[in-house]
Write a protein that binds this ligand. Structure first.
Ligand SMILES: Cc1cc2nc3c(=O)[nH]c(=O)nc-3n(C[C@H](O)[C@H](O)[C@H](O)COP(=O)(O)OP(=O)(O)OC[C@H]3O[C@@H](n4cnc5c(N)ncnc54)[C@H](O)[C@@H]3O)c2cc1C
Length: 457
Protein backbone atom coordinates (compact mmCIF):
# COMPACT_ATOMS: atom_id res chain seq x y z
CA UNK A 1 0.00 0.00 0.00
CA UNK A 2 1.27 3.43 -0.81
CA UNK A 3 0.75 5.51 2.30
CA UNK A 4 -1.10 3.36 4.74
CA UNK A 5 1.70 1.98 6.88
CA UNK A 6 1.74 4.93 9.29
CA UNK A 7 -0.45 4.45 12.34
CA UNK A 8 -1.85 7.83 13.26
CA UNK A 9 -1.66 9.54 16.61
CA UNK A 10 -4.95 9.23 18.48
CA UNK A 11 -7.08 12.34 18.28
CA UNK A 12 -6.92 14.32 21.56
CA UNK A 13 -10.74 14.20 21.76
CA UNK A 14 -10.78 10.44 21.20
CA UNK A 15 -12.48 8.44 23.96
CA UNK A 16 -9.82 5.73 23.93
CA UNK A 17 -6.15 5.30 23.49
CA UNK A 18 -6.32 1.68 22.37
CA UNK A 19 -8.65 -0.16 20.02
CA UNK A 20 -12.17 -0.79 21.35
CA UNK A 21 -11.12 -0.83 25.00
CA UNK A 22 -13.48 -2.73 27.29
CA UNK A 23 -15.50 -0.37 29.51
CA UNK A 24 -17.03 -3.16 31.56
CA UNK A 25 -16.68 -6.90 31.13
CA UNK A 26 -18.41 -6.98 27.76
CA UNK A 27 -18.98 -3.37 26.66
CA UNK A 28 -16.36 -1.79 24.41
CA UNK A 29 -16.22 1.89 23.70
CA UNK A 30 -14.92 3.48 20.54
CA UNK A 31 -15.28 6.76 18.66
CA UNK A 32 -16.81 5.32 15.51
CA UNK A 33 -18.31 1.93 14.71
CA UNK A 34 -18.85 0.99 11.06
CA UNK A 35 -21.24 -1.78 10.05
CA UNK A 36 -19.96 -3.45 6.86
CA UNK A 37 -16.53 -3.71 5.27
CA UNK A 38 -17.37 -3.03 1.60
CA UNK A 39 -16.04 0.01 -0.30
CA UNK A 40 -18.08 2.51 1.74
CA UNK A 41 -17.19 1.01 5.13
CA UNK A 42 -13.48 0.58 4.44
CA UNK A 43 -13.16 4.08 2.96
CA UNK A 44 -14.84 5.87 5.86
CA UNK A 45 -12.97 3.75 8.43
CA UNK A 46 -9.55 4.43 6.89
CA UNK A 47 -10.05 8.18 6.75
CA UNK A 48 -11.42 8.46 10.28
CA UNK A 49 -8.59 6.32 11.68
CA UNK A 50 -6.12 8.59 9.91
CA UNK A 51 -7.78 11.55 11.63
CA UNK A 52 -6.86 9.86 14.90
CA UNK A 53 -10.23 8.42 15.88
CA UNK A 54 -10.67 4.99 17.35
CA UNK A 55 -12.61 3.06 14.70
CA UNK A 56 -14.12 -0.44 14.80
CA UNK A 57 -15.35 -1.95 11.50
CA UNK A 58 -17.46 -5.11 11.61
CA UNK A 59 -17.96 -7.30 8.52
CA UNK A 60 -20.16 -10.39 8.47
CA UNK A 61 -18.18 -12.09 5.67
CA UNK A 62 -14.43 -12.58 5.27
CA UNK A 63 -12.37 -11.02 2.46
CA UNK A 64 -11.75 -11.99 -0.25
CA UNK A 65 -15.39 -12.69 -1.15
CA UNK A 66 -17.44 -12.33 -4.35
CA UNK A 67 -19.45 -9.15 -4.80
CA UNK A 68 -21.11 -7.58 -7.81
CA UNK A 69 -20.24 -4.00 -8.89
CA UNK A 70 -17.11 -4.36 -11.00
CA UNK A 71 -16.94 -1.28 -13.21
CA UNK A 72 -15.55 1.90 -11.63
CA UNK A 73 -15.75 5.53 -12.78
CA UNK A 74 -12.95 8.06 -13.40
CA UNK A 75 -14.10 10.07 -10.38
CA UNK A 76 -13.19 7.03 -8.25
CA UNK A 77 -9.54 7.51 -9.13
CA UNK A 78 -8.77 10.55 -6.93
CA UNK A 79 -10.42 8.73 -4.01
CA UNK A 80 -8.21 5.68 -4.60
CA UNK A 81 -5.19 8.03 -4.70
CA UNK A 82 -6.15 9.68 -1.44
CA UNK A 83 -6.64 6.29 0.19
CA UNK A 84 -3.23 5.23 -1.10
CA UNK A 85 -4.48 2.14 -2.98
CA UNK A 86 -4.54 3.37 -6.58
CA UNK A 87 -1.50 1.38 -7.74
CA UNK A 88 -2.49 -1.79 -5.91
CA UNK A 89 -5.94 -1.65 -7.56
CA UNK A 90 -4.43 -0.85 -10.97
CA UNK A 91 -2.18 -3.92 -10.75
CA UNK A 92 -5.12 -6.33 -10.52
CA UNK A 93 -7.56 -4.53 -12.86
CA UNK A 94 -8.38 -3.89 -16.49
CA UNK A 95 -7.95 -0.33 -17.74
CA UNK A 96 -11.31 1.21 -18.67
CA UNK A 97 -11.17 4.21 -21.01
CA UNK A 98 -14.85 4.58 -21.82
CA UNK A 99 -18.37 3.20 -21.98
CA UNK A 100 -20.00 2.08 -25.23
CA UNK A 101 -23.62 1.88 -26.28
CA UNK A 102 -25.06 0.43 -29.50
CA UNK A 103 -25.91 2.80 -32.35
CA UNK A 104 -28.50 2.48 -35.12
CA UNK A 105 -25.98 1.11 -37.67
CA UNK A 106 -25.26 -2.11 -35.80
CA UNK A 107 -22.03 -0.60 -34.43
CA UNK A 108 -21.41 1.21 -31.17
CA UNK A 109 -20.87 4.73 -29.84
CA UNK A 110 -18.06 5.26 -27.35
CA UNK A 111 -18.35 7.79 -24.55
CA UNK A 112 -14.61 8.25 -24.15
CA UNK A 113 -13.53 9.57 -20.75
CA UNK A 114 -10.92 11.79 -22.39
CA UNK A 115 -13.78 13.80 -23.98
CA UNK A 116 -15.16 15.14 -20.72
CA UNK A 117 -16.33 18.70 -20.18
CA UNK A 118 -13.58 19.57 -17.74
CA UNK A 119 -10.24 17.94 -16.93
CA UNK A 120 -10.43 14.70 -14.97
CA UNK A 121 -8.66 11.34 -14.84
CA UNK A 122 -9.26 9.98 -18.35
CA UNK A 123 -9.48 6.36 -17.21
CA UNK A 124 -10.94 4.06 -14.67
CA UNK A 125 -10.64 0.36 -13.72
CA UNK A 126 -12.73 -2.79 -14.12
CA UNK A 127 -12.17 -4.74 -10.91
CA UNK A 128 -12.84 -8.15 -9.47
CA UNK A 129 -14.54 -7.09 -6.29
CA UNK A 130 -12.98 -9.94 -4.30
CA UNK A 131 -9.55 -8.33 -4.92
CA UNK A 132 -10.72 -4.73 -4.75
CA UNK A 133 -12.64 -5.00 -1.48
CA UNK A 134 -9.77 -6.91 0.16
CA UNK A 135 -7.28 -4.18 -0.80
CA UNK A 136 -9.57 -1.56 0.75
CA UNK A 137 -10.14 -3.66 3.89
CA UNK A 138 -6.41 -4.36 4.40
CA UNK A 139 -5.68 -0.68 3.85
CA UNK A 140 -8.14 0.23 6.61
CA UNK A 141 -6.60 -2.24 9.03
CA UNK A 142 -3.11 -0.93 8.18
CA UNK A 143 -4.39 2.59 8.96
CA UNK A 144 -5.23 1.49 12.50
CA UNK A 145 -8.87 0.40 12.13
CA UNK A 146 -9.93 -2.45 14.41
CA UNK A 147 -11.43 -4.53 11.56
CA UNK A 148 -13.26 -7.65 12.61
CA UNK A 149 -14.51 -9.95 9.89
CA UNK A 150 -16.95 -12.87 10.28
CA UNK A 151 -18.68 -10.58 12.76
CA UNK A 152 -22.31 -9.87 11.99
CA UNK A 153 -24.06 -6.98 13.65
CA UNK A 154 -27.23 -8.48 15.09
CA UNK A 155 -28.83 -5.55 16.83
CA UNK A 156 -28.48 -1.84 17.49
CA UNK A 157 -30.17 -0.09 20.41
CA UNK A 158 -30.76 3.63 20.40
CA UNK A 159 -31.10 5.09 23.91
CA UNK A 160 -33.24 8.13 24.69
CA UNK A 161 -30.08 9.92 25.80
CA UNK A 162 -28.54 9.38 22.34
CA UNK A 163 -26.36 6.46 23.45
CA UNK A 164 -25.96 3.76 20.81
CA UNK A 165 -25.26 0.13 21.64
CA UNK A 166 -24.24 -2.30 18.91
CA UNK A 167 -24.50 -6.05 19.49
CA UNK A 168 -22.18 -8.22 17.43
CA UNK A 169 -20.18 -11.40 17.88
CA UNK A 170 -21.31 -11.79 21.48
CA UNK A 171 -19.97 -8.33 22.40
CA UNK A 172 -21.54 -4.94 22.97
CA UNK A 173 -20.00 -1.77 21.57
CA UNK A 174 -20.79 1.82 22.51
CA UNK A 175 -19.58 4.14 19.75
CA UNK A 176 -19.85 7.93 19.87
CA UNK A 177 -20.93 7.76 16.22
CA UNK A 178 -22.35 4.88 14.15
CA UNK A 179 -21.93 4.50 10.37
CA UNK A 180 -24.11 1.97 8.58
CA UNK A 181 -22.31 0.75 5.44
CA UNK A 182 -24.13 -2.59 5.29
CA UNK A 183 -24.97 -2.26 1.56
CA UNK A 184 -28.24 -3.66 0.24
CA UNK A 185 -28.84 -5.28 3.64
CA UNK A 186 -29.74 -1.71 4.73
CA UNK A 187 -29.37 -2.68 8.37
CA UNK A 188 -30.45 0.58 10.03
CA UNK A 189 -32.79 1.67 7.20
CA UNK A 190 -34.61 -1.65 7.57
CA UNK A 191 -34.72 -1.60 11.37
CA UNK A 192 -36.02 1.98 11.54
CA UNK A 193 -38.46 1.55 8.64
CA UNK A 194 -36.73 4.22 6.53
CA UNK A 195 -36.31 2.20 3.33
CA UNK A 196 -38.60 3.06 0.40
CA UNK A 197 -38.63 1.00 -2.74
CA UNK A 198 -38.45 3.21 -5.81
CA UNK A 199 -41.54 2.37 -7.89
CA UNK A 200 -39.92 3.91 -10.98
CA UNK A 201 -37.17 1.37 -11.11
CA UNK A 202 -37.96 -2.23 -10.29
CA UNK A 203 -35.78 -4.86 -11.90
CA UNK A 204 -33.70 -7.93 -11.18
CA UNK A 205 -30.31 -9.01 -12.48
CA UNK A 206 -28.91 -12.37 -13.60
CA UNK A 207 -25.17 -12.60 -14.24
CA UNK A 208 -21.97 -14.62 -14.28
CA UNK A 209 -18.30 -14.63 -15.36
CA UNK A 210 -17.15 -16.06 -18.71
CA UNK A 211 -13.87 -16.83 -20.43
CA UNK A 212 -13.49 -16.35 -24.18
CA UNK A 213 -15.83 -13.35 -24.69
CA UNK A 214 -14.56 -11.30 -27.62
CA UNK A 215 -13.18 -7.91 -26.51
CA UNK A 216 -13.32 -4.62 -28.34
CA UNK A 217 -10.19 -3.64 -30.21
CA UNK A 218 -7.43 -1.19 -29.31
CA UNK A 219 -8.42 1.69 -27.07
CA UNK A 220 -11.90 0.23 -26.58
CA UNK A 221 -10.69 -3.14 -25.22
CA UNK A 222 -11.48 -2.22 -21.61
CA UNK A 223 -14.79 -0.44 -22.23
CA UNK A 224 -17.91 -1.41 -20.39
CA UNK A 225 -20.47 -2.26 -23.12
CA UNK A 226 -24.11 -1.60 -22.41
CA UNK A 227 -26.78 -3.18 -24.63
CA UNK A 228 -30.53 -2.73 -24.49
CA UNK A 229 -32.86 -5.70 -24.84
CA UNK A 230 -36.63 -5.52 -25.00
CA UNK A 231 -36.96 -6.30 -21.28
CA UNK A 232 -34.08 -4.28 -19.81
CA UNK A 233 -30.37 -3.95 -20.45
CA UNK A 234 -27.15 -5.99 -20.47
CA UNK A 235 -23.58 -5.28 -19.29
CA UNK A 236 -20.30 -6.68 -20.57
CA UNK A 237 -17.31 -5.85 -18.34
CA UNK A 238 -13.83 -7.09 -19.31
CA UNK A 239 -11.96 -8.17 -16.16
CA UNK A 240 -8.38 -9.29 -15.59
CA UNK A 241 -7.18 -12.82 -16.43
CA UNK A 242 -9.27 -13.04 -19.61
CA UNK A 243 -12.51 -13.17 -17.62
CA UNK A 244 -15.57 -11.11 -18.60
CA UNK A 245 -18.53 -10.26 -16.41
CA UNK A 246 -21.79 -10.50 -18.35
CA UNK A 247 -25.18 -9.79 -16.86
CA UNK A 248 -28.74 -8.94 -17.80
CA UNK A 249 -30.94 -6.56 -15.89
CA UNK A 250 -34.56 -7.48 -16.55
CA UNK A 251 -37.96 -6.10 -15.69
CA UNK A 252 -39.79 -8.37 -13.26
CA UNK A 253 -42.56 -9.50 -15.63
CA UNK A 254 -39.93 -10.91 -18.00
CA UNK A 255 -38.19 -12.81 -15.21
CA UNK A 256 -41.52 -14.24 -14.15
CA UNK A 257 -41.97 -15.78 -17.59
CA UNK A 258 -38.74 -17.70 -17.06
CA UNK A 259 -38.82 -21.23 -18.43
CA UNK A 260 -35.95 -23.67 -18.03
CA UNK A 261 -33.00 -23.24 -15.69
CA UNK A 262 -31.10 -20.05 -14.95
CA UNK A 263 -28.35 -20.82 -17.44
CA UNK A 264 -30.81 -21.33 -20.30
CA UNK A 265 -32.69 -18.21 -19.35
CA UNK A 266 -29.55 -16.08 -19.16
CA UNK A 267 -28.17 -17.38 -22.47
CA UNK A 268 -31.51 -16.92 -24.22
CA UNK A 269 -31.58 -13.30 -23.01
CA UNK A 270 -27.98 -12.59 -24.02
CA UNK A 271 -28.29 -14.31 -27.41
CA UNK A 272 -31.29 -12.12 -28.19
CA UNK A 273 -28.81 -9.30 -28.88
CA UNK A 274 -27.16 -10.09 -32.23
CA UNK A 275 -23.81 -8.41 -31.55
CA UNK A 276 -23.48 -10.03 -28.16
CA UNK A 277 -24.32 -13.41 -29.64
CA UNK A 278 -21.24 -12.99 -31.85
CA UNK A 279 -19.01 -11.74 -29.04
CA UNK A 280 -19.96 -14.69 -26.84
CA UNK A 281 -19.53 -17.42 -29.44
CA UNK A 282 -17.51 -20.23 -27.82
CA UNK A 283 -17.41 -18.46 -24.43
CA UNK A 284 -17.30 -20.66 -21.35
CA UNK A 285 -18.92 -19.89 -18.01
CA UNK A 286 -16.35 -19.96 -15.19
CA UNK A 287 -18.40 -18.90 -12.16
CA UNK A 288 -21.81 -19.62 -10.65
CA UNK A 289 -24.85 -17.80 -12.00
CA UNK A 290 -26.18 -15.23 -9.57
CA UNK A 291 -29.68 -13.80 -9.54
CA UNK A 292 -30.34 -10.76 -7.44
CA UNK A 293 -33.12 -8.29 -6.97
CA UNK A 294 -31.85 -5.03 -8.39
CA UNK A 295 -34.67 -2.69 -7.53
CA UNK A 296 -33.83 0.83 -6.62
CA UNK A 297 -34.60 2.21 -3.18
CA UNK A 298 -33.65 5.00 -0.90
CA UNK A 299 -33.99 5.74 2.78
CA UNK A 300 -36.14 8.66 3.85
CA UNK A 301 -33.18 10.13 5.71
CA UNK A 302 -29.47 9.71 5.76
CA UNK A 303 -28.72 10.70 9.35
CA UNK A 304 -30.04 10.59 12.88
CA UNK A 305 -28.67 11.44 16.28
CA UNK A 306 -25.06 10.18 16.16
CA UNK A 307 -25.57 7.97 13.09
CA UNK A 308 -25.38 8.12 9.29
CA UNK A 309 -26.04 5.80 6.36
CA UNK A 310 -23.42 5.34 3.63
CA UNK A 311 -23.41 3.91 0.10
CA UNK A 312 -26.05 1.30 -0.67
CA UNK A 313 -27.18 1.36 2.96
CA UNK A 314 -28.68 4.77 2.13
CA UNK A 315 -29.68 4.53 -1.51
CA UNK A 316 -29.36 2.24 -4.50
CA UNK A 317 -29.82 3.36 -8.09
CA UNK A 318 -29.83 1.02 -11.08
CA UNK A 319 -26.18 0.27 -11.94
CA UNK A 320 -26.43 0.95 -15.70
CA UNK A 321 -23.93 3.82 -15.44
CA UNK A 322 -21.62 1.98 -13.00
CA UNK A 323 -22.15 4.65 -10.37
CA UNK A 324 -22.61 2.47 -7.25
CA UNK A 325 -19.04 2.02 -6.00
CA UNK A 326 -18.18 5.64 -6.76
CA UNK A 327 -21.25 6.90 -4.89
CA UNK A 328 -20.46 4.56 -1.98
CA UNK A 329 -16.87 5.80 -1.72
CA UNK A 330 -17.79 9.43 -2.34
CA UNK A 331 -20.44 9.35 0.39
CA UNK A 332 -17.95 7.62 2.69
CA UNK A 333 -15.17 10.12 2.08
CA UNK A 334 -17.38 13.15 2.59
CA UNK A 335 -19.14 11.57 5.54
CA UNK A 336 -15.80 10.81 7.22
CA UNK A 337 -14.96 14.52 7.05
CA UNK A 338 -18.41 15.32 8.45
CA UNK A 339 -18.04 12.86 11.35
CA UNK A 340 -14.60 14.25 12.13
CA UNK A 341 -16.22 17.70 12.39
CA UNK A 342 -19.02 16.40 14.61
CA UNK A 343 -16.69 14.56 16.99
CA UNK A 344 -14.60 17.72 17.37
CA UNK A 345 -17.63 19.96 17.84
CA UNK A 346 -20.78 17.96 18.67
CA UNK A 347 -22.99 21.11 18.67
CA UNK A 348 -22.67 21.26 14.87
CA UNK A 349 -24.06 17.76 14.32
CA UNK A 350 -27.54 18.59 12.99
CA UNK A 351 -26.32 21.41 10.73
CA UNK A 352 -23.48 19.36 9.24
CA UNK A 353 -25.79 16.41 8.63
CA UNK A 354 -28.41 18.56 6.87
CA UNK A 355 -25.82 20.19 4.68
CA UNK A 356 -24.30 16.84 3.73
CA UNK A 357 -27.58 15.18 2.76
CA UNK A 358 -28.57 18.14 0.54
CA UNK A 359 -25.22 18.08 -1.19
CA UNK A 360 -25.22 14.32 -1.76
CA UNK A 361 -28.84 14.03 -2.92
CA UNK A 362 -28.27 16.70 -5.54
CA UNK A 363 -25.48 14.68 -7.18
CA UNK A 364 -27.47 11.46 -6.92
CA UNK A 365 -30.41 13.07 -8.73
CA UNK A 366 -28.26 13.71 -11.81
CA UNK A 367 -27.71 9.98 -12.26
CA UNK A 368 -31.34 9.16 -11.54
CA UNK A 369 -32.65 11.46 -14.25
CA UNK A 370 -30.69 9.60 -16.93
CA UNK A 371 -31.29 6.15 -15.47
CA UNK A 372 -35.09 6.51 -15.42
CA UNK A 373 -35.06 7.41 -19.11
CA UNK A 374 -32.29 5.17 -20.39
CA UNK A 375 -34.49 2.54 -22.03
CA UNK A 376 -36.80 5.13 -23.64
CA UNK A 377 -36.78 5.52 -27.45
CA UNK A 378 -35.80 9.18 -27.03
CA UNK A 379 -32.67 8.39 -25.00
CA UNK A 380 -31.82 5.57 -27.38
CA UNK A 381 -32.05 8.03 -30.27
CA UNK A 382 -30.00 10.74 -28.52
CA UNK A 383 -27.25 8.33 -27.39
CA UNK A 384 -27.00 6.90 -30.91
CA UNK A 385 -26.99 10.32 -32.66
CA UNK A 386 -24.70 12.53 -30.61
CA UNK A 387 -23.90 16.18 -31.16
CA UNK A 388 -21.82 18.37 -28.90
CA UNK A 389 -24.13 21.40 -29.00
CA UNK A 390 -22.97 23.91 -26.32
CA UNK A 391 -20.71 21.23 -24.82
CA UNK A 392 -23.71 19.03 -23.95
CA UNK A 393 -22.12 15.82 -25.17
CA UNK A 394 -18.97 16.47 -23.14
CA UNK A 395 -21.18 17.17 -20.13
CA UNK A 396 -22.83 13.77 -20.61
CA UNK A 397 -19.34 12.16 -20.65
CA UNK A 398 -18.60 14.01 -17.41
CA UNK A 399 -21.83 12.71 -15.88
CA UNK A 400 -20.91 9.17 -17.00
CA UNK A 401 -17.55 9.71 -15.28
CA UNK A 402 -19.23 10.65 -12.00
CA UNK A 403 -18.44 14.37 -12.22
CA UNK A 404 -21.76 15.61 -10.82
CA UNK A 405 -20.68 17.05 -7.47
CA UNK A 406 -19.55 20.69 -7.29
CA UNK A 407 -20.01 20.72 -11.06
CA UNK A 408 -22.13 23.77 -11.87
CA UNK A 409 -20.93 24.26 -15.49
CA UNK A 410 -21.61 20.57 -16.19
CA UNK A 411 -25.03 20.65 -14.55
CA UNK A 412 -26.00 23.70 -16.63
CA UNK A 413 -25.25 21.75 -19.81
CA UNK A 414 -27.11 18.72 -18.50
CA UNK A 415 -30.16 21.02 -18.18
CA UNK A 416 -29.78 21.86 -21.88
CA UNK A 417 -29.67 18.11 -22.55
CA UNK A 418 -32.96 17.77 -20.64
CA UNK A 419 -34.51 20.44 -22.87
CA UNK A 420 -33.24 18.63 -25.98
CA UNK A 421 -34.68 15.42 -24.56
CA UNK A 422 -38.10 17.03 -24.05
CA UNK A 423 -38.18 18.49 -27.56
CA UNK A 424 -37.03 15.21 -29.13
CA UNK A 425 -39.70 13.32 -27.16
CA UNK A 426 -42.38 15.60 -28.61
CA UNK A 427 -41.13 14.79 -32.09
CA UNK A 428 -41.27 11.08 -31.29
CA UNK A 429 -44.46 11.31 -29.24
CA UNK A 430 -46.12 8.13 -30.58
CA UNK A 431 -43.17 5.87 -29.83
CA UNK A 432 -42.35 7.64 -26.57
CA UNK A 433 -45.93 7.21 -25.30
CA UNK A 434 -46.05 3.52 -26.26
CA UNK A 435 -42.72 2.93 -24.49
CA UNK A 436 -43.94 4.79 -21.38
CA UNK A 437 -47.12 2.65 -21.25
CA UNK A 438 -45.12 -0.52 -21.73
CA UNK A 439 -42.71 0.48 -18.98
CA UNK A 440 -45.53 1.16 -16.55
CA UNK A 441 -47.01 -2.25 -17.29
CA UNK A 442 -43.61 -3.89 -16.71
CA UNK A 443 -43.10 -2.08 -13.42
CA UNK A 444 -46.57 -3.02 -12.25
CA UNK A 445 -45.41 -6.52 -11.44
CA UNK A 446 -43.82 -6.83 -8.03
CA UNK A 447 -40.44 -8.46 -7.81
CA UNK A 448 -39.34 -10.35 -4.76
CA UNK A 449 -35.68 -9.80 -3.93
CA UNK A 450 -33.77 -13.04 -3.97
CA UNK A 451 -30.19 -14.07 -4.32
CA UNK A 452 -29.87 -17.54 -5.71
CA UNK A 453 -26.59 -19.14 -6.49
CA UNK A 454 -26.65 -21.45 -9.48
CA UNK A 455 -24.56 -24.52 -9.98
CA UNK A 456 -20.92 -23.98 -10.69
CA UNK A 457 -19.95 -25.34 -14.08
C1 LIG B 1 -26.57 -6.32 -10.54
C2 LIG B 1 -25.69 -5.22 -10.04
C3 LIG B 1 -24.66 -4.73 -10.83
C4 LIG B 1 -23.84 -3.69 -10.35
N1 LIG B 1 -22.84 -3.19 -11.14
C5 LIG B 1 -22.08 -2.14 -10.71
C6 LIG B 1 -21.01 -1.63 -11.48
O1 LIG B 1 -20.71 -2.12 -12.57
N2 LIG B 1 -20.30 -0.59 -10.99
C7 LIG B 1 -20.57 -0.03 -9.77
O2 LIG B 1 -19.93 0.93 -9.36
N3 LIG B 1 -21.58 -0.53 -8.99
C8 LIG B 1 -22.32 -1.55 -9.43
N4 LIG B 1 -23.30 -2.07 -8.61
C9 LIG B 1 -23.54 -1.43 -7.32
C10 LIG B 1 -22.47 -1.85 -6.29
O3 LIG B 1 -22.49 -3.24 -6.13
C11 LIG B 1 -22.76 -1.17 -4.96
O4 LIG B 1 -23.21 0.15 -5.18
C12 LIG B 1 -21.53 -1.11 -4.04
O5 LIG B 1 -21.05 -2.40 -3.77
C13 LIG B 1 -21.92 -0.40 -2.74
O6 LIG B 1 -20.88 -0.46 -1.80
P1 LIG B 1 -21.22 -0.47 -0.22
O7 LIG B 1 -19.92 -0.47 0.47
O8 LIG B 1 -22.22 0.57 0.06
O9 LIG B 1 -21.97 -1.87 0.00
P2 LIG B 1 -21.43 -3.35 -0.20
O10 LIG B 1 -20.36 -3.39 -1.22
O11 LIG B 1 -22.62 -4.20 -0.45
O12 LIG B 1 -20.79 -3.73 1.20
C14 LIG B 1 -21.60 -3.91 2.34
C15 LIG B 1 -20.89 -4.87 3.28
O13 LIG B 1 -21.62 -4.92 4.49
C16 LIG B 1 -21.61 -6.26 4.97
N5 LIG B 1 -22.77 -6.41 5.90
C17 LIG B 1 -24.08 -6.36 5.59
N6 LIG B 1 -24.84 -6.51 6.69
C18 LIG B 1 -23.97 -6.65 7.73
C19 LIG B 1 -24.14 -6.84 9.14
N7 LIG B 1 -25.36 -6.93 9.71
N8 LIG B 1 -23.04 -6.95 9.91
C20 LIG B 1 -21.78 -6.86 9.36
N9 LIG B 1 -21.57 -6.70 8.04
C21 LIG B 1 -22.64 -6.57 7.23
C22 LIG B 1 -21.72 -7.09 3.71
O14 LIG B 1 -21.24 -8.41 3.92
C23 LIG B 1 -20.84 -6.29 2.74
O15 LIG B 1 -19.50 -6.75 2.72
C24 LIG B 1 -24.09 -3.13 -9.06
C25 LIG B 1 -25.11 -3.66 -8.26
C26 LIG B 1 -25.90 -4.69 -8.74
C27 LIG B 1 -27.00 -5.23 -7.86
Amino acid sequence: MESSEIRPERHPDSDNSTDARPRTADVRVCDVLVIGGGPAGSTASTLLARDGWNVVMLEKDAHPRFHIGESLLPQNMPILQRLGVHDAVRDCSTLKLGADFPNDDGGYEVFDFSKSFRPQPEYSFQVKRADFDKILWDNAVAAGVDGRDRTKVDRVDFGDDGAITVHAGGLRYQPRYLLDASGRDTFIGGKLGLKRKNPRHASAAIFSHYRGVQRREGRDAGNVSIYRHSHGWIWVIPLSGGVTSVGAVCFPDYLKQRKGNQEEFLMQTLMGVAELDERMEGAERVAPIHVTGNYAYECTRMHGRHWSLLGDAYSFVDPMFSSGVFLAMKSAEDCAAMVDGILRDPKREAALQRQFQRYFDRGLDEFKWFIYRFTSPTMKHLFANRRDVFGVERAVVSMLSGDVFEARPILRRLRIFRAIYAITSLGMSGRALAAWRNRRRQLGVEMREETLHGDAP
